[in-house]
Ligand binder design. Structure first.
Ligand code: ZN
Length: 283
């Protein structure tokens, strides 16, 4: 088991509410980069197990955390992947995963501000998968063995931009800077009682908006990895936003406003707290 953090750009492991610099704790300077740590996730179990006897660098301070996977080569996201969310969006259930991308420059840490691009910016809490062992044509039965860990994400979406193409192309409306908070930690798969059934939720301005479990996914993690790897070679560090359950703002006619706090949580993984701020006006 391990909990991998990005503390001000350096890989760290979390133990008992405190953080340990990974390069220092392991004695291997090449593990300082969080992307190297993701690719070498199999080695992290042993380092984590050694931490009980080590003096930590300090208590985990959420505001110092960056995105636990900061520079993925690819960021996949799956649309309409919960039956309830497809229904509230008045969309048919997809026959294959409905895939779009979020460009990696949108990724931010677990307490970063979300800069609102307009009046129709929406929340989407999601389980996020980080690939640790790349490959092509990965069978669903072997897919979990390719996963470095799981984290939590917000697939922040500007609905107007998302739907403005004919036909709509989702990627730009979901790729504004700050539209991809992830964290707080990348948690090893063996930390979960059942990695195919993770509880997650989202509160906006103190109101519970989303609450579901990933056992309601139409295409679960194994099927999603099998599908993506049938087309693209997956690489260590690639991440997948797996889709959001029902309860988004678009279905409520209620979008994010300046000053509102988006609080997201998932069992075992932890929480995100992202403040919405209005984009500075040009001039
Ligand atoms: Zn989404």
């Amino acid at each position: 088991m391990f909990r991998l953090l990005n503390v001000e750009g350096r890989a760290a492991l979390e133990h008992d509410g405190h953080w340990h610099d990974l390069a220092t704790a392991s004695g291997d300077p090449s593990l300082a980069d969080p992307m190297a740590a993701v690719a070498r996730f199999a080695e992290l179990h042993a380092v984590q197990a050694s931490l009980a006897d080590r003096v930590p660098e300090g208590a985990v301070e959420p505001s110092t955390l960056g995105p636990c996977v900061p520079r993925p080569a690819k960021v996949f996201a799956i649309g309409l992947n919960y039956r309830t969310h497809a229904a509230e969006s008045n969309m048919e259930l997809p026959p294959v995963p409905m895939v779009f991308t979020k460009f990696p420059s949108c990724l931010v840490g677990p307490t970063a501000d979300v800069v609102l691009s307009g009046p129709t910016v929406d929340w989407e809490v999601e389980l996020v998968v980080a690939i640790g062992v790349g490959g092509r044509h990965i069978p669903a039965s072997q897919a979990w063995g390719h996963v470095a860990g799981l984290t939590l994400g917000q697939d922040i979406s500007d609905r107007m931009v998302q739907m403005s193409g004919k036909p709509p192309q989702f990627s730009m409306g979901k790729s504004f800077d700050t539209f991809g908070p992830i964290g707080p930690a990348l948690v090893s798969v063996d930390s979960f009682p059942d990695p195919d059934d993770v509880e997650l939720w989202c509160d906006v301005a103190g109101e519970r908006m989303q609450h579901s479990r990933t056992n309601d996914l139409i295409f679960g993690v194994p099927d999603t990895i099998a599908y993506l790897s049938s087309i693209c070679t997956l690489e260590a560090g690639d991440i997948i936003f797996t889709g959001t359950p029902s309860g988004v703002g678009g279905a409520r006619g209620r979008f994010l406003k300046d000053g509102e706090l988006i609080e997201s949580g998932a069992a075992v993984i932890g929480t995100l707290a992202n403040r919405c701020i209005a984009a500075p006006t040009a001039g």
